[in-house]
Design a protein around this ligand. Structure first.
Ligand code: NAD
Length: 485
């Protein structure tokens, strides 16, 4: 039976970096696997006056797998439309091309519009799609939106209002690519398919949870954007919040979209809202300076960066949830640029045994580590007897790591999420309520930071694990980061 899903993709921002580096290779993977086959087409639209042929060549140049014949067969489905999204006349031409391709490839009227360009233009595009009659009458019309979705709650709400004026909520897919990562997808299985883990997944057994999203790169060529964002908006508001939600949402009765969405929403509506004092005490910001060996420049020396910039490239903090199951459990989060290595991992630190049988306080805490990237797997460090004639309890690691063969089966996050949009599955996308809750939360941090003096930036060297204050954040309660870099 054919796995094929007839569909037309219209990529706004089709000449851009995101489209070429992420979207076209992801669509190619779906093509190679037969999820897209004869009945699909892609229109890239952007301002540059490219021809279809030139566009196809740029698409092929960004494919790093498959034979030249397979790449050419894929690229043959691509069309280019030079288009200024602010000009109504262009939508008339675009509609004509959409209708032609719908006929030519028998796409059954199924359309996915991908906003791979500056968010300031999303509302305009959405309105023109409706007013110029580009939405489907006989198939589905779906809209995919990329981050950054606003820069605070008010701007996100404005953007959302502009979109929901045109699209129903079940047509809108807000991408957070962390939700497409294999090990993030594994979290509900780990929790709900193992009764003994499920039973201990709460404040009775868990002491704290640590989430690290470390990047080794600096801002590279994204300086202009980063100066308006910073690590809090770029990583905490979206990716870290989504990881927390996957770790903590209450067990749903079913896996249908609405039930899972409702369970995740519980997390966002129960984020403990921080007072100004709590922000000062429990959130740390940093900015990288040159590396100790002088080989890497500091943030303020990067291209398009204000030499006096006070934008943070590092955040660490403590997040709490006002849900009974999680009462009192700190979620320590940490993200930063120019840390020693690229690493995403979650360390769930369980409480120590209270009995005195094997050393009481000196017993180590069991830790379940979920390695998201670059390694994928988990390590459960649990107490056992020291091997030999000794009597001490020591930690032993139960380790599962995806094999190279398994890794080959793991789809890229964009590939997975694009397929879910084609299939109309919403549960791995960000709902507006979740986004609103996350913005309210980080807006409080931003506002508190604005009320006080900025730390003396730069306050960590490129290649280090961030400012000392991030370690002190845990040390003041007798804890430490399990992952030390
Ligand atoms: P880019 O600058 O490379 O591409 C922008 C695209 O928008 C270009 O194709 C440009 O021609 C088009 N465009 C701009 N104004 C237009 C107009 N008035 N009419 C028609 N087309 C117009 O940017 P990018 O890196 O591809 O990023 C696109 C969006 O996705 C940004 O909001 C970015 O923050 C976000 N994003 C990018 C990445 C990434 O890896 N590049 C990752 C996550 C999110």
């Amino acid at each position: 039976m054919s796995k094929e899903n007839p569909v037309l993709f219209v990529i706004f921002g089709g000449s851009g970096d995101l489209a070429h580096r992420k979207l076209y290779p992801a669509l190619f993977q779906l093509f190679q696997k037969g999820q897209l086959d004869q009945h699909f087409a892609v229109i890239g639209t952007a301002r540059r006056p490219w021809t279809h042929e030139y566009f196809r060549q740029t698409v092929q140049d960004n494919l790093h797998e498959g034979t030249p014949e397979q790449q050419a067969a894929f690229a043959a489905h691509f069309y280019y439309q030079s288009h200024d999204v602010q000009d109504a006349a262009h939508y008339v031409i675009l509609k004509k091309l959409i209708d032609e391709l719908d006929q030519k490839y028998q796409l059954q009227g199924n359309r996915i519009f991908y906003m791979a360009m500056a968010p300031a233009l999303f509302g305009t595009i959405a309105q023109y799609l409706r007013s110029e009659d580009l939405l489907s009458h006989d198939g589905f019309s779906r809209l995919i939106i990329e981050k950054p979705f606003g820069h605070d709650y008010d701007s996100a709400k404005e953007l959302n209002d502009a979109i929901v004026n045109t699209f129903d909520s079940d047509q809108v897919f807000r991408i957070d690519h962390y939700l497409g990562k294999e090990m993030v997808q594994t979290l509900p299985y780990l929790r709900f398919a193992n009764p003994m883990i499920n039973a201990s997944w709460n404040h009775d057994y868990i002491d704290n949870v640590q989430i690290t999203l470390a990047e080794s790169l600096g801002v590279e060529e994204r300086g202009g954007y980063y100066e308006t964002a910073g690590a809090l908006r770029d990583m905490v508001q979206n990716h870290i919040m989504q990881v927390i939600a996957m770790l903590t949402f209450p067990e749903p009765d079913t896996l249908c979209d609405q039930t899972v969405e409702a369970a995740r929403e519980q997390v966002f509506t129960h984020l403990h809202q921080l007072s100004e004092e709590e922000v000062q005490a429990n959130f740390v910001r940093g900015q990288y300076g040159p590396s100790a060996d002088g080989k890497q420049i500091g943030y303020r020396q990067e291209e398009k960066i204000n030499p006096q910039s006070n934008v943070e490239t590092f955040v660490a903090g403590e997040i709490k949830l006002d849900l009974p199951q999680w009462q009192g459990v700190p979620f320590y989060v940490r993200t930063g640029k120019r840390l020693p290595e690229k690493k995403t991992r979650i360390d769930v630190v369980f409480k120590k045994a209270t009995s005195n049988l094997f050393g009481g306080e000196s017993l180590a805490a069991p830790v379940l580590t979920i390695e998201v990237e670059p390694e994928s797997g988990f390590v459960f460090s649990i107490n056992g007897k020291q091997v030999g004639t000794g009597t001490e309890a020591v930690l032993h690691d139960l380790r599962y790591q995806l094999s190279d063969a398994d890794q080959q089966l793991v789809p890229d996050a964009y590939e997975r999420l694009l397929l879910e949009v084609v299939r109309g599955h919403q549960s791995n996308f960000v709902q507006w309520q979740d986004m609103a809750g996350a913005w309210h939360f980080v807006d409080k941090i931003r506002q508190a930071w604005e009320q006080c003096d900025c730390p003396d930036f730069p306050n960590y060297a490129s290649g280090s694990m961030g400012p000392k204050a991030a370690d002190e954040l845990l040390a003041k309660t007798g804890r430490h980061w399990i992952y030390q870099g």
